[in-house]
Design a protein around this ligand. Structure first.
Ligand SMILES: Cc1cc2nc3c(=O)[nH]c(=O)nc-3n(C[C@H](O)[C@H](O)[C@H](O)COP(=O)(O)OP(=O)(O)OC[C@H]3O[C@@H](n4cnc5c(N)ncnc54)[C@H](O)[C@@H]3O)c2cc1C
Length: 426
């Protein structure tokens, strides 16, 4: 009997469990294949929904469901903490004393926040003047604070990349602008986005578009700010080069790392505990029968649910190939797709991969759309809201999305005309 163990039953682990079950339905029924999924709790949070909790648009109950409900009945679910993987023994050690043997291991244990890595962040002022919205506790506490915040300096700061959904800090500050305008208090509130990057986003064409939205909304942008420490009591952020930024309310996106057990698993992770993974085959570097996907990997693309979904389409094929003794295919191209809320019921959409940065155009159909890339539209906003339904009903169930392939398509995308081009044409 072949044993496949999946570590983590979040977005990526759940999708893989459902895809494996569909692929090996007969073998599982006949007892020739066993799939076991491990997670530490039964609360599956729809994490993109955390963005809306501070603004009262979602309540916590709207975005949490039982993990087990989304796993197939003939897959074993073990609720326990993972302590370590011994790749040399093909074994996983669990916190409850059990060990699991495997023929194939899939690591899908995501990323975790490590706020303790930033001096003072968890000190005086934490959850009073200093909040996060990347956890349910943080987003819930922040919703009360936002409802009562009527004047002062609000600062959004992501300490450094990588973070989950790198556009979420921008979305938060765009939504904050419309939230305070609708309440008639925006003139008394200064909004500032503070980033370690040299612009508001990593890729230049999108950074220019997002930068215009920040300008239009009168939101300040502070770049190249490597946060060294936070003083919640004094309301002060200090960078490593000793610049200071004052705040009355700080929304921090703390540093991220991989799951802690990765550090205890010889050879598995890098210095941040992300699994060292081949960026196109999704095979772990440490051993051929280990694979990884989702936020847990160190591949150079965004940490996003859409990425986990696109990766799962490549990975399921490679796992079949591995089990059948065939060479793996280098099929994952870094495809990422993400809606960006810009406030007042509008959103933008980006679609890109390792090689191609987010470009303007139409999506998914060339010239038709109906979605517009890098442009604020109401339809994109409805797409973002619809995504919750798609997540629970299609994505987690391992279903392919109609018209959106796992590999990025250039159809509908166009290179923007730059001032250099205009000068050359003249
Ligand atoms: C505020 C916010 C907004 C976002 N917005 C978007 C968006 O608009 N679009 C988008 O595509 N993505 C978005 N994302 C990112 C998206 O949610 C993640 O990329 C996605 O959930 C990653 O899936 P994953 O399975 O890799 O990790 P997760 O879903 O986090 O799952 C990891 C699982 O591993 C388990 N685990 C970890 N360590 C252990 C252990 N030691 N023992 C047992 N179990 C363990 C955890 O309990 C968890 O269930 C957003 C994220 C946040 C926080």
């Amino acid at each position: 009997m072949k044993k496949i163990v999946i570590l983590g039953a979040g977005t990526a682990g759940t999708i893989m469990a459902n895809r494996l079950r569909k692929t090996y339905k007969k073998q599982i029924r006949q007892g020739d294949m066993g799939v076991t999924v491990v997670d530490q709790n039964d609360n599956h949070i729809y994490q993109p929904g955390l963005l809306f909790v501070p603004f009262g648009m979602y309540q916590p109950k709207d975005i949490v469901r039982s993990r087990k409900h989304y796993l197939p009945d003939d897959v074993d679910y073990v609720q326990s903490e993972i302590q370590r993987v011994e790749a040399s023994e093909d074994k996983v050690y669990l916190g409850d004393g059990q060990t699991l043997d495997y023929d194939v291991l899939i690591v899908a244990t995501g990323a975790q926040l490590v706020p303790e890595e930033t001096e003072g962040l968890l000190g005086e002022g934490w959850r009073d003047k200093v909040f996060d919205f990347y956890t349910m506790e943080g987003a819930t506490a922040l919703s009360e604070k936002m409802a009562n915040f009527k004047e002062g300096k609000l600062v959004v700061n992501f300490v450094d990349l990588p973070i989950k959904c790198p556009v979420a800090p921008l979305e938060f500050i765009f939504l904050a602008d419309s939230f305070f305008r609708r309440r008639g208090v925006r003139e008394k509130i200064e909004l500032t986005l503070v980033t370690s990057l040299d612009h508001c986003f990593t890729r230049p064409v999108a950074a220019k578009e997002f930068g215009s939205v920040l300008d239009d909304k009168g939101i300040h942008l502070v770049t190249d700010f490597a946060t060294g420490s936070v003083d919640g009591a004094a309301g002060k952020l200090t960078s490593w080069d000793e610049r200071e930024i004052e705040f009355d309310l700080l929304i921090s996106i703390p540093l991220h790392g991989g799951a802690s057990f990765v550090a205890a698993s010889p050879g598995l992770g890098d210095e941040l505990n992300f699994v060292k993974t081949h960026k196109a085959t999704l095979q772990a570097e440490c051993k051929e029968n280990i694979f990884a996907l989702g936020d847990a990997t160190n591949v150079p693309t965004s940490k996003a649910g859409s990425v986990a979904h696109f990766q799962s389409e490549s990975l399921i094929d490679n796992i079949v190939r591995f089990i059948d003794g065939k060479p793996l295919e280098e099929s994952f191209d870094g495809h990422t797709n993400c809606f960006i809320e810009t406030g007042f019921d509008k959103a933008m959409l980006i679609d890109f991969n390792y090689e191609v940065e987010p470009l303007p155009g139409t999506f998914p159909l060339a010239g038709i759309g109906p979605m517009q890339l890098l442009k604020e539209t109401r339809l994109n906003h409805w797409g973002k809201l619809m995504f919750k339904w798609i997540y629970w009903n299609m994505l987690l169930r391992g279903r392919d999305l109609p018209m959106v392939s796992s590999q990025m398509s250039m159809k509908g995308k166009r290179q923007p005309v730059t001032s250099d081009d205009t000068a050359k044409a003249a």
